[in-house]
Design a protein around this ligand. Structure first.
Ligand code: ZN
Length: 266
């Protein structure tokens, strides 16, 4: 199969993705093929051969027009994140064609019928929105953090998005400090759907983490490590909150004044 040579910047991205894939597996956040990762590769154009016609092509897609010509590293559908130690088999680099009607696989995806993650539409729409708004968050991680998911099942706390963020912020100064834009709760939608993609785009415009009710969490960062950190910090808040409830008491939480003091020094 034809494949491009990867430059050091992309190799570093892939190395960090492997590292994060390992963390997700260790935390039991990536059962079977759970979770997916993508990176917008803005500066790949100058590495492409003059013609890419003979790279594998997948058509019959209807991507947003503004994605034409853009390239992404993305993990594969049905692939296990723990298999990222051999990324050329479990992930790929694609370039969306000039009509946004399909894509060429420029690297990786070395399996029959390999396809990018079924959540790719969410990744793509978030990347496009970040680009449009001049944000430099080019890496996106979606995973299944146990305690954030558990809390999203809570029949009382899953009713109020503002309370959801506040309950997590109040558990630990670091949660307030390192998810300064908050942890949003996105109502349940079918995985892989346009509806979930559109709600996620809106949510990540002004939050650091979007928790998909009864499903998982997604975050964007400058690197895959940064995106992972947002979810990891948010999940720490959920662990503490649930531990208090399991011990039989409602946590007191940091006071508003204590949280405002932290917000003031950010
Ligand atoms: Zn998922």
């Amino acid at each position: 199969m034809k494949s491009i040579e990867l430059n050091n910047a992309i190799l570093t991205h892939i190395k960090k993705t492997k590292e994060v894939g390992h963390y997700l597996w260790e935390r039991q956040w990536a059962e079977r093929n759970g979770g997916n990762i993508s990176i917008f590769l803005e500066d790949i154009e100058d590495q492409l051969p003059k013609t890419i016609d003979d790279f594998r092509y997948v058509g019959n897609r209807n991507f947003p027009k503004e994605s034409a010509g853009l390239s992404f590293f993305v993990t594969g559908t049905g692939e296990r994140l723990r298999d990222l130690r051999e990324p050329e088999f479990s992930s790929c680099i694609i370039r969306i064609d000039d009509n946004a009607a399909g894509y060429h696989i420029l690297w990786g995806g070395q399996k029959d019928n390999f396809r990018p993650t079924s959540e790719f539409i969410t990744h793509l729409k978030v990347h496009l929105d970040m680009k449009k708004n001049g944000r430099d968050s080019k890496a996106i991680v979606h995973t299944h953090p146990i305690e954030l998911i558990a809390l999203s099942h809570h029949p009382e706390y899953n009713k109020n998005r503002y309370k959801f963020t506040e309950n997590l912020w109040k558990m630990l100064p670091e949660v307030r400090a390192f998810t300064p834009n908050g942890i949003d709760l996105v109502k349940y939608e079918l995985p892989g759907s346009e509806a979930l993609a559109d709600l996620t785009v809106k949510s990540l415009r002004d939050h650091d983490v979007a928790v998909w009710e009864k499903h998982g969490a997604i975050a964007a960062g400058k690197t895959v490590i940064e995106a992972f950190d947002y979810i990891d910090v948010a999940n720490k808040g959920a662990i503490i909150f649930l531990k208090c409830l399991a011990a039989g008491f409602e946590p007191e939480g940091m006071s508003k004044k204590q949280m405002d003091e932290i917000a003031a020094i950010l």
